[in-house]
Design a protein around this ligand. Structure first.
Ligand code: GLU
Length: 292
């Protein structure tokens, strides 16, 4: 049996905080306990928000925690052609369509819809796409593309779900309501998700599904906030013929007010804790991951 493969996959758009420490330490300990491999992946697709100094800080903070990983580190920004290929494949399969409405236009449309009743929202609270992209006449679509209009490529969720069989995943941790074991994937909870944009060849969902497969990841260990996103990842794995890892979602580290930590909450940033004299052992204690 090949060894299990774990990965920690942060985005360099801020400094790592205690929540990241819980994920990273859990991955590292599980890899060590099982004789597995530990990978680090830098999810730096969002060029507007990612910065080299944050990436550097990731390496420093993880090393300080006593975590080591295999080199080379995979940086998503170096593999854009690969994501583009997958987008083309899904496009050829008739599963994507360009949606030309801006964020502001979408917000306005949703407001309008909600005036006459509830409008569906995804598990993160974002409203479903209310636009006409899916039904746009082919000539009009072609015309707008030719004119160079900006667009988001959305997955036609109904068409995609119809193509895939009923999907499940193996959950070794738990979802927000204690879901565990065989969990039914419900990608339709997300509506027509964006898989790419005119100037960005991939979304988080697409890149994560492709990279986990490409890196041979067998165990995805991450925060519970991504629990339901797993449904989209399972669907993309199915549509692209990729293998499925097992999943282990862990509880989030919450602040004193019971809120999810954010990269802007300085008091829980690992570098600030380190600067104020905290030790890696204390960080482990704070996030409830005992030394293995
Ligand atoms: N890059 C994602 C984040 O920082 C995590 C991706 C994952 O673990 O699937 O939230």
């Amino acid at each position: 049996m090949p060894p299990p493969v774990f990965r920690f996959a942060p985005s360099p758009n801020g400094f790592l905080h205690l929540g990241h420490a819980r994920s990273a330490l859990l991955n590292f300990d599980l890899a060590r306990q099982s004789g597995g491999r530990m990978l680090l992946r830098v999810e730096d697709i969002d060029a507007m928000r990612c910065r080299p100094e944050y990436e550097q800080a990731i390496y420093e903070d993880l090393a300080w925690l006593g975590i080591s990983w295999e080199e080379p580190v995979r940086r998503q920004s170096e593999h854009l052609a690969l994501y583009r290929e997958a987008v083309e494949r899904l496009s050829r399969d008739g599963l994507l369509y360009p949606a030309f409405e801006s964020r502001t236009e979408i917000a306005r449309m949703v407001e309008e819809k909600e005036r006459s009743g509830a409008w569906p929202r995804d598990p993160d609270g974002a409203p479903f796409y209310p636009g006409i992209g899916r039904h746009l006449a082919e000539v009009e679509r072609a015309q707008r593309l030719r004119a160079g209009a900006p667009y988001a490529l959305r997955l036609d969720m109904a068409a995609a779900a119809a193509r895939a069989r009923t999907l499940t995943w193996t959950e070794q941790g738990a979802g927000p309501d204690g879901e565990t074991g065989d969990v039914l994937a419900r990608p339709e909870q997300w509506g027509d998700v964006i898989l790419a944009r005119k100037d960005t060849p991939t979304s988080y969902h697409l890149a994560v599904a492709i990279d986990d497969a490409l890196q041979g990841v067998t165990h995805v260990v991450r925060g519970q906030d991504l629990f339901w996103a797993t449904g989209v990842h399972r669907l993309l794995q199915e549509l692209l013929g990729l293998p499925q890892p097992v999943y282990r979602h862990h509880a989030l580290v919450l602040d004193d007010a019971g809120q999810k930590l954010s990269k802007s909450t300085r008091s829980t940033a690992l570098r600030d804790l380190r600067a104020s004299g905290a030790t890696p052992a204390e960080v482990r204690r704070l996030v409830g991951i005992n030394p293995s």
